[in-house]
Design a protein around this ligand. Sequence first.
Ligand code: UD2
Ligand code: MN
Length: 393
Amino acid sequence: MIKNIIEAICKFLNGHRCLGVFVLLALNYYQIKKIATSLNSAYCPSKTKAERQYAASPSQVETTTMPGDVFNTTSTALESAEFCLDEHIEYQGKLNISFNHLPLSFEEIAKREGPDETGLFEPKTCTPPKNSRVAIIIPFRDETKALIRTRHLQYLLEHMISVLKRQQLHFRFYIINQISGSPFNRAKLLNVGYKEAIKDDPTMDCFVFHDVDLVLEDDRCLYSCDGNPNHYSVAIDKFRYRIPYKKIFGGIVQLDRKMFKAVNGFSNEFWGWGGEDDDMYRRVVMGENFKIHRKPPEFARYKMIEHKRDSGNRKNLERRPMVNRWNFKALIEKRFWQLDGLNSLEYNVVAKEVNHCFVNVTVDLLYDIRMTPEELLLNELPEIDPKKRVVSI
Ligand code: UD2
Ligand code: MN
């Protein structure tokens, strides 16, 4: 009986090929739909690069709890909203920057800009894509009676926070404040900032190392990472908006986490003014063969707030020979920068608190256990056990 029915159906379908195909198609409808959906999500033109980049990184989508003492909060924006897209940023273009008014206090800035209690700023309506979770790290010390460097910081935050909010970034400012009693060490402070920032929030993936006295004049200069080491302070009024020398890598630079780790961060051993930025240039370009990108000078325009040399930041007389260690022999045989940097970093945090709109880390950089220039300049670098690095001064 059943055999007869099947034979009849086959006969019928043979005579009506179109209908047969239709029945087969209907039977496979769900499978075809499934394939179409996956093709659509892979090639759909409405998705931007940033969106796909983010989607490709599932670890970033998880909700994260920050482990630090001060920052035991949960980031909620990641769970719900759509990704932030570059084309939705409402740039203002050229900004009117001046320093002849009294700057707002940190409290007033926080009131206006609304960070959370951990000093974090997050877009309200969208989720920042990969490489937009930015820690802005500022080396700092103010030993002036007139609190000149503090005033620089006020001007900077007054202008920059609203710019970075417009750029729809997830960001937090870290001010790394060196205690008095030793020469200023900009580079080591920046290493400390990196370590403290990822301790608070392991999902931070982009790091901007930023002098306190440089204020951006055009908000089209994006502060998110793009897979290259970036130099930002390309056109500064003090240098008549021209790059002062070809290999400059000072002022404001940016690296993502992978790159910063690869170059072993900055050197810890540049005490006083100068050289640390040139050493970093060589770590990036000669040590790891990265290509530095400079931001377009039309947008990467900055005003440097006028200042004198700070009393605790005299010229480092060893800076030239220290930078000149970067020669062919060193590259081939020694890779000395792999012994001095993030992996040999030692410091004591004296205080860490949220100061309205930034995280303030006061730090002792342990000047007494620095390596002497003689040791550093030796061709034969000793094996370094960080615990035994105490040297006579
Ligand atoms: C240049 C570089 C700077 C750095 C420095 C040499 C540019 C545009 N700038 O800046 O990045 O390489 O030479 O070390 O290329 N600071 C304090 N308190 C102090 C001393 C320094 O807060 O007592 C901080 C502050 O963030 C300042 C930064 O360190 O902006 C650099 O010091 P500077 O402004 O005196 O150096 P400058 O302008 O010659
Ligand atoms: Mn300066």
